[in-house]
Design a protein around this ligand. Structure first.
Ligand code: URA
Length: 206
C-alpha cells in the first residue's frame, strides 16, 4: 500500500457539515465554479461509519445538487445493498465538487478534473472527513484514490488494500462504478462482482 503523500491532519475548525456546505457553496478556489450549476457537497449522516468518495459530480448531480444520483449512483446503491451496507449509514461525497464538462452538441461531456482543481478542493473533503470521522474512507476510482494516497497510487494494483490514513480512519480504494458501466458486455458482470468483493471487504472493516 502507498504511503500518504501529505499526512492527513484532520480538523474542521469546529465547523459542522452545514457550516462547511454553506461555505463550499461560495467556493471559487478554482475556475470550475464558473462551469458547474452549483457546488455538489457531500451528504449523509454526521456519524456515518463509512465515507465514500467519488471523482466529481456528473451532469445529473450538477442539476440535482446531490452526489451520485445518476447512473453511477444507481449502480453504487445496488452494490452497497448487495454487499450488506446500508446506504442510509454512508456519507457520500466527491474529491471535486463542481461538475467539469465541455459541450458536444447539446450534451455536456464529463471531463476529468486536473491536479490543480483536485488540490483546490482538498480543503472540503478533508474537513468532511474530520467532521464525520468514519471508520473507513472508500475511494471510487483513480482521481479520488490519488487525491488521498498520492499520484503513484494505482487502483488496478492496490484496490482492496487498507491503510490507516488518519487517527482511527482506514482508507481503501476500488474502481469507479462508471468504469463498470463503460465495460464491454462480456466483462461487465466480472467487474461488478470484483467491485462487490471490494465493498464486502469494506463492510468487514466497519
Ligand atoms: N461520478 C462521481 O464520481 N460522482 C458523482 O457524484 C457522480 C458520478
Amino acid at each position: 500500500m502507498a504511503q500518504l503523500p501529505v499526512p492527513l491532519v484532520l480538523s474542521a475548525g469546529g465547523q459542522s457539515l452545514d457550516d462547511l456546505r454553506r461555505e463550499a457553496a461560495a467556493c471559487e478556489a478554482c475556475d470550475l465554479y464558473k462551469l458547474g450549476t452549483q457546488t455538489v457537497f457531500g451528504e449523509g449522516p454526521t456519524d456515518a461509519e463509512l465515507m465514500i468518495m467519488g471523482e466529481v459530480p456528473g451532469d445529473k448531480e450538477d442539476l440535482a445538487g446531490h452526489p451520485f444520483v445518476g447512473p453511477a449512483g444507481r449502480l453504487l446503491d445496488r452494490a452497497l445493498e448487495e454487499a450488506g451496507i446500508d446506504r442510509g449509514n454512508v456519507y457520500v461525497t466527491n474529491a471535486v465538487k463542481h461538475f467539469k464538462w465541455r459541450p458536444q452538441g447539446k450534451v455536456r461531456l464529463h471531463q476529468k478534473p486536473n491536479a490543480k482543481e483536485i488540490a483546490a478542493c482538498r480543503q472540503w473533503w478533508t474537513q468532511e472527513l474530520a467532521v464525520v470521522h468514519p471508520n473507513v474512507l472508500c475511494c471510487l476510482g483513480a482521481t479520488a484514490a490519488q487525491a488521498v494516497f498520492g499520484s503513484k497510487f494505482r487502483v488496478t494494483k492496490q484496490r482492496g488494500d487498507f491503510l490507516e490514513i488518519a487517527d482511527g480512519v482506514l482508507g481503501t480504494a476500488t474502481v469507479h462504478p462508471s468504469s463498470i458501466l463503460r465495460a464491454d458486455d462480456d466483462r461487465r458482470e466480472v467487474e461488478y462482482e470484483d467491485f462487490l468483493d471490494d465493498l464486502r471487504a469494506v463492510a468487514d472493516h466497519l
